[in-house]
Write a protein that binds this ligand. Structure first.
Ligand code: HEC
Length: 176
């Protein structure tokens, strides 16, 4: 029993080190998502608790970079911005946030002031879109958006493209 507890502790500690990126590039926790096999720690917007996102969902170079750094490489990339705009329509974000993300029943996403201050950063906004809020914003992440269908929902790469489009309306990029 004692030994088991120690093992659990050791696992938690090594995960923590990986999440903080202080392991000098050597992953010991098994998360191989990021560019160097490192993955930052994502937390929910609801209560700031760690949230698990399957590493394999970060399946493009941009998504891997984001998983490792929290920076969105698609910011300012016209191709990604165009795709993001389409996804914003496809996933009905427009229905609540308006065709230009200017706000409708849901709030404007233009910033610089957000309901959740962390949404000024791309990591923070990603977490809000992925896992939702307690105030009417549903989770859009794959497997979360539609509990009856684990294949339905946005993948990280798509969230990053949506974000690239959303950020074209504001004065900050979210990568500051
Ligand atoms: C059913 C309506 C609805 C849909 C569809 C919806 N949202 Fe929301 N969204 C909301 C509401 C309501 C809030 C405010 C939540 C709160 O105050 O907790 C919100 C909040 C947000 C926020 C946080 C804004 C802030 O000020 O911090 C972001 C980002 C966001 N939504 C993005 C999206 C994206 C991207 C999509 C599409 C993938 C989407 N939403 C779809 C209703 C919706």
């Amino acid at each position: 029993m004692q030994q088991k507890n120690l093992l659990v502790m050791a696992l938690i500690v090594s995960f923590g080190i990986v999440a903080c990126g202080k392991d000098g590039g050597k992953s010991t926790g098994g998360d191989k998502a990021g560019a160097n096999g490192k993955m930052i720690e994502f937390v929910t917007t609801q209560d700031g608790k760690p949230m698990e996102i399957k590493p394999e969902l970060f399946d493009t170079p941009a998504a891997k970079e984001f998983a490792a750094t929290g920076k969105n490489p698609y910011i300012g990339q016209q191709d990604a911005i165009d795709k993001g705009k389409k996804l914003f329509q496809m996933y009905s974000c427009t229905q609540c946030h308006g065709g230009d993300a200017q706000g409708q029943t849901g709030p404007s996403l233009h910033g610089p002031n957000f309901r959740y201050a962390k949404d000024a950063t791309n990591k923070g906004m990603f977490e809000t879109i992925w896992h939702g809020t307690n105030g009417g914003m549903g989770a859009k992440g794959k497997g979360l958006m539609d509990p009856t269908d684990p294949n339905n929902g946005l993948v990280p790469d798509e969230v990053l493209k949506i974000q690239a489009w959303v950020r074209t309306h504001g004065s900050t990029t979210g990568n500051e």
